[in-house]
Design a protein. Sequence first.
Length: 265
Amino acid sequence: MNSQEKAIKIRLDVLDMLYKCQSGHPGGSLSCVEILLALYDNVLRYDPKNPSWEKRDRFILSKGHACPTLYAILADKGFFDAEELSNLRQLNSILQGHPDMNKCPGVDASTGSLGQGMSMAIGFALAGKRAEEPFNVYVLIGDGEAQEGVVWEAAMSASHYKLNNLVVLMDYNGLQIDGTNEQVMNIEDIRAKFEAFGWDTLEVDGHNVYEITEALLKPKGEKPLFIKCLTVKGKGVSFMENQVGWHGKPMNSEQYYEAVSEVKR
């Protein structure tokens, strides 16, 4: 299965999960599919049979509301049975509305309060450096999330400690729950901001698995790396694409079947 076929499969899983539970966040889940595929198919070191393997690379989904995509990929990789996907957001399910590391195999950090994933990643990366362990730490943040002050405290710390084992990817779809980033709190020039804080930066097409993978596999310098991934919120479903209203909204049956039809085309 090539990357395009895999992206279709993951999007269909995401739509199915969200429709069944009648809750969750379709827009941001669909925008980060290729980013997570690039990581889990081509970059991260992990062992589904031993999720706590000490030498594994760590991944933190800071934008925890996009967890349906992470769950679909973890199931695809064998961390748990794919049948569990039907239990998204159900009582006592391992698949909560935001990732829970104490319940879901393969989840390295419990997230949901936006802005905190980067700080967790600093701790992981610093621990790896001090223990002289060869693992890398990757964190996916949202663009609206960069409005949080804790993101910039973390950015300053990562540079200070020269954490070149840390990579931050931004799902840059331009929208958040209350409108566009520009309307709510402009974050531009985001690359210049990270560079000013002492980071190396790159920009990629966030829906091109090859391009994302190539950026992630570039030889690391002495600085932490920030990658701005240009994406479309609701990618693959025309009536969701670039629509603020689909940040967190359930689909009715007509919308669900239309969305599935469009993703399969």
